[in-house]
Design a protein around this ligand. Sequence first.
Ligand code: UDP
Ligand code: MG
Length: 320
Amino acid sequence: MESKEKKLISVIVPCYNEEQSLYYFYEEMNRTALQMPDNLFEYLFIDDGSKDGTLTVIHELMEKDEAVKCISFSRNFGKEAAIYAGISNASGDYAVVMDADLQDPPGLLPKMYRAVTEEGYDSAATRRVSRKGEPPIRSLFARAFYRLMNRISDVELMDGARDYRLMNRQYMDALLSLKEYNRFSKGLFGWVGFRTKWFEYENVERVAGETKWSFWKLFKYSLDGIVGFSSTPLYIASVLGTVMCGVAALAIIFIVVRQLIFGGSADGWPSMVCILMFIGGILLLAIGVLGLYLSKIYLEVKGRPIYIAKENSVKNEKKE
Ligand code: UDP
Ligand code: MG
């Protein structure tokens, strides 16, 4: 660091096929940096295995500006891995995670910085209060997901929370101490605790390119969140099993007694088929839930690295 008072902020930007928006982002972010003359900035662009010219654009920026650094993954590892790579390679006193598409307005940064430095918060987070520009069905499912999550999990999830967040060193180290492979950042942020100030803003549409999230990807992402931060589905499966057993026991007693008193009642096989199918369905569902947890444990136990970098300018710098 050049000067003692000037605090360094690491700007972490996960990029997957963002060649069209990166320049806009860089310029907009630089404008914000000019408003914060008492800070130094470093840019950590994490190329998450992009298939377009993202890496070339990052290299061009690196040539122009010393503050730009690049970590390039060997394939697409996902945004969560990119966030982890960014935080673990950041040398700033503070770090902020921002999307490359300007949906996380850099203009909020000075206010967020004040919250963390002057108002005693450990992190400053953001949430969208509107979802305009998003397909209504997607908003509906997103809302339902947050309601469900908050009910079945101990960590609090804020509806509309973004990954756009400024954090201090202590908060970053806490995040890094969570070594899990299945990283659901929205949950991890809440799990580590500390004091967080929330900033709200209206949804902004992305500046260029298109969203990387299909409905199916989002669905899988929400399952990751549930499995990662709640055991409630497992409880539900066992409670349901117990209840079914109780009902079956009562039914058996009823049938035996009826047989003993009236005799000869062999009819009723359609209802039997229904019941069998019902129980079979519940069994399969319970096994499926179990399998979901098991698959996560399997991945966790293998202890694979969260990402593999084929290029890391931060590491090279440290070596020199
Ligand atoms: N992203 C990433 N890896 C992925 C998908 C997305 O690094 O596999 C990045 C992407 O480049 C962007 C941010 O994550 O900077 C958010 O992605 P996107 O804008 O597609 O999501 P949305 O804003 O639509 O939720
Ligand atoms: Mg976006």
